[in-house]
Design a protein around this ligand. Sequence first.
Ligand code: RNT
Ligand code: ZN
Length: 411
Amino acid sequence: MSEEARKAYAKFGIDTGSVMKRLADIPISIQVWQTDDVIGFEKGAGSLSGGIQTTGNYPGRAKDPKEVMQDLEKALSLIPGKKRINLHASYRITDENVDRDQIEPRHFKAWVDFAKAHHVGLDFNPTFFSHPMVKDNLTLSSPDPEVRAFWIRHGKACRRIASYFSQELGGKTLCNVWIPDGYKDVPADRLGPRMRLKESLDQIFEEKLPGVIDSVESKVFGIGLESFTVGSNEFYLSYASHRKDVCVLLDNGHFHPTEMVSEKISALLPFFDYLPLHVTRPVRWDSDHVVRLDDEIKEIAKEIVRNGAEQRVLIGLDYFDASINRVAALVIGARNTQKALLQALLEPNETMRKMQDDARFTQLLAFQEDWKSMDWGDVWNAYCTKEQVPVDATWLPVVEKYEHDILSKRS
Ligand code: RNT
Ligand code: ZN
């Protein structure tokens, strides 16, 4: 790093060395599903359902565990700092013909081996979509008791697998429940489905399991399910506050376009030990574009860092773009998230908080704006070098070579 950059920050009491250490310690959970367009490894898997969609047909999609792991390895080698891998139940690796309600830890042993080899933690998600037992777009809220029972068994099985990950790898594993349940058109009964969802969740969360952080993820609508979502924000917030041992996950693609998840973080931190996030970029809808270094990600990062919540807000990426190189997509979104965190760590947060408390708002505005042209890019490249990953503008050729040698040869 240039001496000028170091000095410029030191002048405001910011030690770039300790900032880099803090940044390296913030885990980013990398979504396995970006590598294969959310298809997974189940027999007959192929089409994504549940109101979510990948669009694009870029060549080189990973099609089996070997290819997915190969792509993840490449991405991990280009992303600095602490990483985790975020799995879905549909990514189990086994020759056994087990359905989702029968899965066990051993079906995920290969992932534990992968995680150990790459010194990463694992997070987990039950898969409540792309399956014949999703009946009329419903799972845990279905009026059919058999459908509900199937998905309750699945939820329970997944929490045990999450607990196994934590036992094997140390630390805690997030197990996040997202269901697609909803209606395309105006329902005649809104309470019935929500009461059934509540009861189903109660059963799923009944067993106390060590090492698991349980969360529930709301959304506004899905494609084909525009009029009603059973698991809305208010529903899950109430559910989680009521129970205390479950937290809510905020996906920043799951709110109305003028609502900001950055604004919600400080509203939840006083009440929950953990606040998991799905970091994504919605374009006009929950489109899950690759995370750019835009204003909202910067604001989210500030809310995490200046509240000292780097180990309480659990950052997971959740986007899936099939129209560009998928390894590059992972790298770009992860590095942008980290750049936002770095910028936040480099801000003189205490000085600005004091300005606010003293009602020195002119000073604060001037300071916030001037701060935008500080030379954080210099610190970023120094950080990448320290972490032994390529600096900006040098990682892409690595991915291009990988595309040429490996991805372009995939059928
Ligand atoms: C869907 C949710 C959910 C999924 C992943 C694949 O709208 O965001 O989190 O994207 O679980
Ligand atoms: Zn999500």
